[in-house]
Design a protein around this ligand. Structure first.
Ligand code: ADP
Ligand SMILES: Nc1nc2c(ncn2[C@H]2C[C@H](O)[C@@H](COP(=O)(O)O)O2)c(=O)[nH]1
Length: 220
């Protein structure tokens, strides 16, 4: 299982589609458009931060179990980032200490069950998409989800800056699996075919190093 990580709008879903097609595997997407709690969270974070987290945890866990069934399936966000989101929201006063404790314990318990469910606990590779604030805002505008637009809620500017800052440290500390970074300010794999080719080459190379891709597959 290959897992993509990165900020809101970094390009995870887009790369998941491109990469799964390239590898002939399946992409598993985060539950967003049909997530009934997400708009409630953005309208009233203090009331809904905990519920949203439980919602994501439940859905993400189900996706991981499915994605682990075959090699090189692609998951468009890691379960480890959920905790980053929730702890930041808790530090902003949007969850109580007790909610954080319940969440952390539940997450640990569920992660311990994974090896029995699917023989593997961690991803084979984490691919982290790095974006600057300006690039992520371009993507968020382009995608156009109302509740993510700072024009509709100016507090999102600080929220996004804080998340970006925490993501840097999160990636440095991440050690559950091999990892690699892609600079999405420099490599635009959606609009520029040459950049897409380069990104896929970088990923193939990393998969080959990890013996997750055979030589004949890398020559495709
Ligand atoms: N490298 C890129 N260049 C241009 N547009 C991009 C790029 N990556 C993503 N986008 C666009 O930005 C929006 C958010 O991308 P998405 O893949 O949904 O991000 P994520 O899953 O990380 O939130 C989409 O409209 C997508 O087409
Ligand atoms: N509070 C949280 N919000 C989360 C979490 N995971 C995702 N999200 C939000 C952020 C975006 O608005 C939306 C989809 O994320 P993308 O990066 O795929 O655009 O959901 C979370 O764990 N907590």
């Amino acid at each position: 299982m290959i897992v993509l990580s990165g900020m809101i709008g970094a390009g995870k879903s887009s790369l998941a589609t491109i990469l799964a097609e390239h590898l002939g595997t399946q992409a598993f997407y985060e539950q967003v458009e049909d997530n009934p709690v997400l708009p409630l969270f953005y309208a009233n974070p203090k009331k809904y931060a905990f519920l949203l987290q439980i919602y994501f945890l439940n859905k993400r866990f189900a996706s991981i179990k499915q994605a682990l069934a075959d090699d090189n399936n692609v998951l468009d966000r890691s379960i480890y980032e959920d905790s980053l989101f929730f702890h930041m929201n808790a530090d902003m006063g949007r969850a109580t200490k007790q909610e954080v404790q319940v969440y952390d314990e539940l997450l640990n318990n569920m992660m311990e069950e994974l090896p029995y469910a699917a023989h593997k606990k961690a991803p084979d590779l984490l691919i982290h998409l790095v974006v600057s604030y300006d690039t992520m805002m371009e993507h968020i505008k382009k995608r156009g989800r109302d509740y993510e637009q700072p024009e509709n809620d100016s507090s999102l500017v600080e929220y996004y800056h804080n998340l970006l800052e925490r993501y840097e440290q999160w990636y440095e500390d991440y050690d559950y699996s091999p990892k690699m970074k892609i600079d999405c300010d420099q490599l635009d794999f959606v609009e520029h075919p040459a950049d897409q080719k380069r990104v896929l080459e970088l990923i193939d190379q990393k998969l080959k190093e990890r013996a997750l891709l055979s030589q004949s597959e890398t020559n495709r």
